[in-house]
Design a protein around this ligand. Structure first.
Ligand SMILES: Nc1ncnc2c1ncn2[C@@H]1O[C@H](COP(=O)(O)OP(=O)(O)OP(=O)(O)O)[C@@H](O)[C@H]1O
Ligand SMILES: [Mg+2]
Length: 515
C-alpha cells in the first residue's frame, strides 16, 4: 500500500508552555481508515491541527504524497486535498446548509464570485449528498437541524472542497447510535471512492468496528501503531492508560430513602408549539440513580431543560422536596443544591474565556468560603481549584489556564468537578461521559455512584444505552415525549427489552409510571 502521510518526531509547545506533542510519529496509508486514540489531553487534536495547518509544529517533519509538507495555514492544507471536521463544529447557524457548504470557498469562485452559479453549486451538493448518503436538506437553516445533520454539513463542506484525506475529530461523540451507524456507512462509501480517513474516537468498539489500523498516543507521544485485526479493546486501553481499565461499574444494590424529586404530569412544547413532553411522571429517591433511556430527540433534552429552568413547562409540576421547580429560574434552581451537568458543555457548561479556577467556582462564588467582603478570595479559589483538578485528573498547564485551551475531555471534567463539588441533593447528569476517555469514564462513574451512596438522587440521561444500564438502579424509557416504561435494572433486564420500548414497539400500563 502507498504511504500517503508521514509525520515524524512532531513536537508542539503552546505559548503558555504546555507540551502537547512530545515526539509523535504517525504514518497513514492511502485508502485506509486510521484510528487515533489516547486519553484526554494526549495531543490528538493538536496533532491534527498541525497536519491541517492550524498550528505550527515546534519541530518535526511531515511528508505528504512523498514530498515535504510546509503549510502556512489551512488553506494550503485544503489545496493539498485535506479536510478536517473539528471536535466542535464551526458552522454559521443563520445560513442554510448549502450556504454553509460553499461558504468561504474562494478557491473555486475566483474573481467572478458575484456571478457564481448557485444552481450548479446546489447540483453539486445534491450529488455529494447522494453519493455518500449524507442526508440533509440543503435549503434548511443550520440552526434548525439536529447535531447529527450539522456534522454531515461539515463533512459535505470538506468534500465540496475536494478533500481526499479527511480528518474526523471525535465525530461520534455527539451522535446517537443510529447516527453513528449512518456515519459509518458514509465513511465506507468515502473509502470506496478512494478517500483516506483519520478518525479520532474514545470508543474502542468503534475502533474495532471501522478502522484498519490504530495509533495510540499517550502524554504527547506515540505508543504504538497496530493492525486493528491483530489487537483488541483490552490491549488498546492498556496502551492508552498504562493500566487495565474496568469496563463495568462496581456498585452495591441501591438503598433508596425519601423521595427527592416527584415529577407529575409534566407537559412541554417546543418553539414550534409541538408537544415534546407528554404527561411525564417520575419519582427519584435519595440513594438511587434513575436512568433515562431513549433514542435521542424523544424529549430527554427537554425534560432536563424543564427541570433545570432552561425551558418552560406548559403544565404539570416537579416537586423537589415538596417545592415546585417549575417557574423557577436557572439560578434559583441551582441555589437549591441541584447539580446539572449539561449536555452541551461548550455553550452552556463552561465559560471558555475564564480560567479553570473561575469555572470551578462559577456557581458558588457567593459562597463565604471564597469571598472576602465583596471580593473573591483569589488564593482560596486557586487552592480549591488545585485540589479539584487533582481529584478529577484535569490535565492542564495550571488552574489559571483558560477553559477554552483545555482539551475536550478535560473541559468536561471541569464541569463535572464543579457540579459534584456542590454536593448536590439532586444531580441531573446529561451525557456525563461524552468525549471523555475510558480511564476518566471509569472515574466519573465511580463518583456518580459515590454521590448516590452518600444519599443524593441522580437523574442520568445518556445516549449510551450501555452507560444507562451499567449505572442505573431503575430505568425510565422515553418515547415520543412520553415515559413508556419504568423498569427495575436487575440481571433479567436486557438491552433488547429496553430497545422494544425505545422504539415504541412496547408500552407499559400507565399506572406503573405514575404514582
Ligand atoms: N490553544 C492551546 N493553548 C494551550 N494549551 C493547549 C491549547 N490547545 C490544547 N492545549 C493543551 O494541549 C494538550 C493536548 O490537547 P489536545 O486538545 O491536543 O488533546 P486531545 O488528545 O485532543 O484530548 P481530548 O480527547 O480531550 O480531545 C492539553 O493539555 C491541552 O490543555
Ligand atoms: Mg481533542
Amino acid at each position: 500500500m502507498t504511504i500517503l502521510l508521514e509525520m515524524k518526531e512532531i513536537h508542539k509547545v503552546y505559548p503558555n508552555g504546555t507540551a502537547a506533542n512530545r515526539g509523535i510519529d504517525l504514518t497513514v496509508r492511502e485508502g485506509e481508515i486510521h484510528a487515533l486514540v489516547g486519553e484526554n489531553g494526549a495531543g490528538k487534536s493538536t496533532l491534527m491541527k498541525i497536519l491541517f495547518g492550524l498550528e505550527a509544529p515546534t519541530s518535526g517533519t511531515i511528508a505528504y504524497r512523498g514530498s515535504p509538507l510546509k503549510l502556512q495555514g489551512p488553506r494550503d492544507a485544503i489545496r493539498q486535498g485535506m479536510g478536517m471536521v473539528h471536535q466542535h463544529f464551526m458552522l454559521a447557524p443563520s445560513l442554510t446548509v448549502a450556504e454553509n457548504i460553499v461558504l468561504g470557498d474562494e478557491l473555486r469562485r475566483g474573481p467572478l464570485s458575484m456571478f457564481r452559479d448557485q444552481l450548479k453549486e446546489q447540483d453539486e451538493i445534491r450529488k455529494l449528498i447522494e453519493t455518500y448518503g449524507l442526508k440533509v436538506d440543503p435549503l434548511e437553516k443550520v440552526e434548525h437541524i439536529p447535531v447529527g445533520q450539522k456534522q454531515r454539513v461539515e463533512i459535505l463542506k470538506v468534500l465540496y472542497r475536494g478533500a481526499k484525506l479527511i480528518i474526523l475529530d471525535e465525530p461520534t461523540a455527539v451522535l446517537t447510535p443510529q447516527e453513528t451507524d449512518e456515519l459509518f456507512h458514509s465513511i465506507k462509501a468515502l473509502i470506496g471512492q478512494g478517500h483516506t480517513i483519520i478518525f479520532i474516537t474514545h470508543k474502542l468498539r468503534e475502533v474495532m468496528e471501522i478502522s484498519d489500523r490504530v495509533t495510540v498516543l499517550r502524554a504527547g507521544k506515540t505508543i504504538a501503531t497496530l493492525e486493528t485485526k491483530n489487537t483488541n479493546q483490552e490491549e488498546i486501553s492498556r496502551l492508552m492508560v498504562g493500566r487495565d481499565v474496568l469496563f463495568s461499574v462496581e456498585k452495591r444494590p441501591a438503598e433508596p430513602k425519601d423521595t427527592v424529586l416527584s415529577v407529575r404530569r409534566l407537559n412541554a412544547v417546543n418553539e414550534k408549539g409541538a408537544p415534546v413532553l407528554r404527561d411525564v411522571s417520575l419519582e427519584i429517591r435519595q440513594g438511587e440513580i434513575l436512568g433515562i433511556a431513549g433514542v435521542e430527540g424523544n424529549g430527554q433534552t427537554e425534560l432536563v431543560e424543564v427541570l433545570t429552568g432552561l425551558h418552560p413547562a406548559s403544565s404539570g409540576e416537579a416537586l423537589y422536596f415538596g417545592e415546585n421547580l417549575i417557574g423557577k429560574s436557572v439560578a434559583e434552581i441551582r441555589a437549591m443544591k441541584v447539580g446539572h451537568v449539561p449536555e452541551d458543555r461548550q455553550t452552556s457548561g463552561a465559560c471558555l474565556t475564564s480560567s479553570i479556577a473561575e469555572n470551578l467556582i462559577l456557581d458558588h462564588y457567593r459562597n463565604p468560603e471564597f469571598t472576602w467582603g465583596p471580593f473573591i478570595h483569589k488564593k482560596k479559589m486557586k487552592e480549591f481549584a488545585k485540589v479539584m483538578m487533582q481529584l478529577f485528573d484535569v490535565r492542564a498547564a495550571s488552574e489559571e489556564a483558560m477553559a477554552g485551551s483545555l482539551s475536550g475531555g478535560n473541559l468536561q471534567k471541569v464541569v463535572i468537578a464543579r457540579e459534584l463539588s456542590k454536593n448536590p441533593k439532586l444531580l441531573i447528569a446529561s451525557q456525563p461521559t461524552r468525549g471523555v476517555d475510558i480511564g476518566a469514564i471509569e472515574f466519573i462513574h465511580r463518583e456518580i455512584v459515590k454521590r448516590r451512596d452518600g444519599g443524593a438522587a441522580v437523574l442520568l440521561v445518556s445516549a449510551e444505552l450501555s452507560e444507562v444500564m451499567s449505572l442505573s438502579d431503575r430505568i425510565a424509557v422515553i418515547y415520543n415525549g412520553e415515559i413508556v416504561a419504568v423498569l427495575d435494572n436487575d440481571e433479567s433486564l436486557t438491552e433488547q427489552e429496553i430497545g422494544y420500548y425505545m422504539l415504541g414497539v412496547k408500552k407499559q400500563q400507565k399506572e406503573v409510571a405514575a404514582p
